[in-house]
Ligand binder design. Structure first.
Ligand SMILES: C[S@@+](CC[C@H](N)C(=O)[O-])C[C@H]1O[C@@H](n2cnc3c(N)ncnc32)[C@H](O)[C@@H]1O
Length: 276
């Protein structure tokens, strides 16, 4: 309970919290600097710190929406040795940039597997199987992974990057691709799933990951306050993602198989533990 009901945290409190943090690694600063001018929407730094703490005992993480790797890096540096992250984003130029930042932070390539495809296609097995570090198609000729909920046999391998005719992801970035070997990367089970891609698809991402969650797994989703639109504090427009985000929050927090809440950090971070 608050000692003073009339008080809410303000800028002074946030600055003080920031002043207590350990110095920011240069890779985080580099990503923040790269994201701002290009308007790539990355997680708020304070939400990143929460994500890093949540990842501390999570060995098998799945992320939907990589961008240039900011949230991935917070989780990668938080998780225990031997942990892995499978991260999905159809934008290979962004994930190539992410790999460079991860390397500069000392994250081993094999810790993070990138899948360059729209997430719902990837979860349905309709994507090029990644090499150990993602992006490159699996050249083993092994069949595509068959995953729970898949509507049928996988479609022929796509490039992973919509509209791209060449190999996915890593063209022009030699050395970022890996050898074959991660065709089942999305099979799970996962002990943390972080959702931060298309707002209209949050519910469908949840449908896809539920069969892949370990008991006790955390589902974390960014932007659920949507700058005040989800709660109605600020006006929203039809089709701006508000209704989808609201439905997602109502669904997760109303499901008694989850124990969760929304942290008013950054743009709102939903955190829910899966206790089926
Ligand atoms: C908000 S950004 C992710 C930011 C990142 N999580 C971070 O904090 O650093 C959303 C990302 O979702 C990606 N995206 C768009 N459509 C997608 C889809 N269908 N599946 C997965 N990712 C998608 C975009 O390319 C974009 O990079």
């Amino acid at each position: 309970m608050r000692s003073d009901d009339s008080w809410s945290p303000g800028p002074t409190d946030l600055d003080w919290i920031e002043s207590l943090a350990r110095p920011l690694l240069p890779a985080f600063a580099a990503i923040e600097a790269a994201a701002a001018p290009t308007r790539i929407p990355i997680l708020d730094r304070d939400a990143g710190r929460v994500l890093g703490a949540l990842a501390a005992d999570r060995r098998r993480i799945c992320e939907v929406g990589t961008a240039i790797g900011y949230s991935t890096l917070w989780m990668a540096l938080g998780q225990p040795p031997g942990g892995t992250i499978v991260t999905i984003d159809p934008d290979a130029a962004r994930t190539d940039a992410a790999r460079i930042h991860w390397r500069s932070a000392g994250v081993p390539d094999e810790q993070i597997i990138v899948i360059n495809a729209p997430a719902l296609e990837a979860f349905a097995g309709r994507h090029a199987a990644p090499g150990p570090f993602g992006g490159a198609p699996d050249s083993t000729g092994a069949p595509e992974p068959v995953v729970p909920g898949s509507a049928g046999p996988p479609a022929p391998r796509s490039t992973g990057a919509p509209g791209s005719a060449g190999p996915p992801g890593l063209a022009g970035a030699p050395g970022l691709a890996g050898a074959p070997g991660n065709s089942g990367a999305l099979d799970g089970p996962f002990d943390l799933v972080f959702i931060d891609a298309l707002k209209e698809e949050y519910g469908a991402y949840l449908d896809a990951v539920l069969p892949r969650l370990d008991p006790g797994a955390l589902v974390v989703a960014d932007n659920v306050l949507w700058s005040g639109r989800t709660s109605g504090a600020r006006p929203s427009r039809s089709g701006d993602g508000t209704d989808a985000l609201r439905a997602f929050c109502v669904r997760v927090l109303g499901d008694d198989r989850f124990i969760g809440t929304i942290l008013p950090v950054g743009d709102g971070l939903l955190v829910a533990a899966w206790r089926p």
